[in-house]
Design a protein around this ligand. Structure first.
Ligand SMILES: [Zn+2]
Length: 163
């Protein structure tokens, strides 16, 4: 670390008391100093108002730079982001079709089982409607529960891989 004592003429928050201290404070905020240097800077900061302001100013600037990085993600990040959205839409559509298909198949199966029951003219219509509703409701709930479980598992695995 050099010890030149050049006094800086400009009076602004970006001006430390000495150029040498400025360089050290800058390295300090970047975490580039060893134990002894860090202590020296901390002691100086406790005494020197100019360098405290300088440190606040460069930390503020660093925060702005980091925010700008967040605002402009890399091409790779965008690619993963769109791939993620596409996968989610694709799976969503897949699940909708699968659910509808299963509901139709199961209803048709149940219909076949209950054909005699529903065809029987002795059974009151209201009872037939009741049995049909209960059957459809049960199947729908069952599929909904299975679907939710499968989807959640897949989603969690997916999150670990891509994000
Ligand atoms: Zn200073």
């Amino acid at each position: 670390m050099n010890e030149e004592n050049d006094k800086l003429p400009v009076d602004s928050p970006f001006t430390p008391c000495e150029e040498a201290w400025g360089a050290r404070v800058s390295a300090f905020t970047d975490g580039e100093l060893d134990e002894n240097e860090r202590k020296a800077v901390e002691e100086h900061l406790a005494l020197c108002e100019r360098c405290r302001q300088f440190r606040a100013a460069i930390e503020n600037l660093k925060g702005i730079t980091m925010n700008m990085k967040f605002a402009a993600p890399s091409d790779e990040a965008w690619r993963l982001y769109w791939k993620g959205i596409y996968n989610r839409i694709e799976r969503g559509i897949g699940w909708i079709f699968l659910s509808v298909g299963l509901i139709i198949l199961l209803c048709y199966g149940l219909y076949a089982v209950f054909t005699e029951f529903f065809a029987d003219p002795e059974v009151p219509t209201l009872l037939k409607i009741g049995v049909a509703c209960a059957g459809v409701g049960t199947i729908t709930l069952l599929i909904s529960i299975i679907r939710e479980k499968c989807f959640r598992n897949k989603n969690e695995r997916y999150r670990e891989v891509d994000l």
